[in-house]
Design a protein around this ligand. Structure first.
Ligand code: S3P
Length: 449
């Protein structure tokens, strides 16, 4: 998406306690994968609870351009009719992924492993993000990179081989996107494709590949057993199935932290996915003293979900170990906001991957904290936020750099600072949480234009 439209500044003002119940939108990671595996399957995939945010709609459009047909039956209810592995066709036009890193990188894995040619592009944020981490393993699997922008970025054009070469690949960063791209390319390889990761990252691709009929084995890896070896048997027949998408813990994070920092609040967030590779923020907040209860734990669509009852809490600073980063990689901006209201120092270790998200999130968070009078420090790849337990001044304007999570995190902050907080552009919130504004307003939050 070229983000040509006028920016939409938004402001959040401190006010009354937040009260009520909400269900956040469907998980973004699972929604992308549902569209992609739907494309690669024979027959119908029925999806319930799909996140209809811009990122996922881009992936859906790309799947359609590669041959899938799709029908939207109602809110979040979609049917995808796939073409099967080997059945993809060349898209007529460039696949424009807008702001979507996950959609573009996973689809590069798909195209890179199949005999099709496609060009990938996106907005200014996506054009700045590193793609070599995907292109390097794909080249080993036989993908030709016909064109790429400087430094291995989009726009880039890939041509996949008739059959991919099965590889054993150690990911250079703890990244579910790299792992997933290699596994998706490996679907068209005659033999076993293995991805070794030094630290376990979100496992939605592995789980969903099994759901669609592939054989995937996962074994602990490394001296401490924190890593994983994920082995996929190539050239399976994937069959369309039913996918129920649980609520996204990375979206739930925003109302959750808002309820913790706005005095007197009590809210319930329904149906939140509790996959342990996604719950690092909840673990951290509980260590900080947050009052979060997990209620009605149950299975939904192959994942454990729970309702979270959250009450405003006095927080204290903690040390967040680097090993926890993969389980909360998207949650650091809003954790930094929580830390600004805590008593003492919160040290977040090992945040180098934050520099290559939708924006340089480490720099964007630091600038946002500075603009709102919060004492903090970047030490190497670590972020330290100092709080004295009182509401920070606020009153600043935060540059969001086309990053939805920077926008939402600082709007949450403005609900409890002394003065309102403004973000320069809230348009990108629609990529992951299109109903953020009305959902927050329904809880009583003073967020608006
Ligand atoms: C995602 C993986 C993470 C995360 C992103 C979604 C996924 O990225 O930040 O929002 O769905 O696989 P990395 O794999 O680059 O860490």
């Amino acid at each position: 998406m070229s983000h040509d439209s006028e920016p939409t500044p938004l402001s959040a003002a401190p006010g009354a306690p937040l009260r009520g119940r909400l269900r956040p939108p469907g998980d973004k990671s699972i929604s992308h994968r549902a569209m992609i595996l739907g494309l690669l399957s024979i027959g119908e995939t029925r999806v319930e609870g799909l996140l209809e945010g811009d990122d996922v709609l881009r992936t859906a459009a790309a799947a359609r351009a590669l041959g899938a047909s799709m029908e939207r039956l109602g809110e979040g209810r979609w049917v995808v009719r796939g073409v099967g592995i080997g059945g993809l066709s060349d898209p007529a036009e460039t696949l424009d992924f807008g702001n979507a890193g996950t959609g573009s990188r996973l689809m590069m894995g798909v195209v890179g492993g199949q005999p099709v040619t496609a060009t990938f592009d996106g907005d200014a944020s996506l054009r700045s993000r590193p793609m070599r981490r995907i292109l390097d393993p794909l080249r080993l699997m036989g993908t030709q990179v016909l064109a790429e922008a400087k430094g291995g970025r989009v726009p880039l054009t890939l041509r996949g081989p008739r059959e991919a070469i099965p590889i054993r690949y150690e990911t250079p960063a703890a990244s579910a996107q790299i792992k997933s791209a290699v596994l998706l390319a490996g679907l068209n390889a005659p033999g076993t494709t293995t991805v070794i990761e030094a630290a376990a990252t979100r496992d939605h691709t592995e789980r969903m590949l099994r759901l669609f009929g592939a054989e995937v084995s996962v074994t602990p890896h490394g001296p401490d057993g924190h890593g994983r070896a994920v082995a996929l048997t190539g050239q399976p027949t994937l069959r369309g199935t039913e996918v129920v998408v649980p609520a996204d813990p990375s979206s739930a994070a925003f109302p959750l932290v808002a309820a913790l920092i706005v005095p007197g609040s009590e809210i319930t967030i329904e149906g939140v996915m509790m996959n342990p590779l996604r719950t690092g923020l909840i673990t951290t907040l509980i260590e900080m003293g947050a009052d979060i209860e997990r209620l009605r734990e149950r299975e939904e669509g192959g994942e454990t979900v729970a309702d979270l009852r959250v009450r405003a809490s006095r927080l204290k600073g903690v040390d967040v170990p680097a090993e926890r980063a993969p389980a909360m990689i998207d949650e650091y901006p809003v954790l930094a906001v929580a830390a600004a209201f805590a008593h003492g120092t919160t040290r977040m270790n090992g945040l180098h991957e934050l520099r290559v998200k939708e924006s340089d999130r480490l720099a964007a968070v630091a600038a946002g904290l500075k603009a709102n009078g919060v004492a903090h420090l970047i030490e190497g790849d670590d972020l330290l936020v100092h709080g004295d337990g009182a509401a920070p001044p606020g009153g600043g304007t935060v540059a969001t750099h086309l990053d939805h999570r920077i926008a939402m995190a600082f709007l949450v902050m403005g609900l409890a600072t002394a003065e309102p907080v403004t973000v320069d552009d809230g348009a990108m919130i629609a990529t992951s949480f299109p109903s953020f504004l009305p959902t927050m307003q329904a809880l009583g939050a003073g967020i608006g234009e």
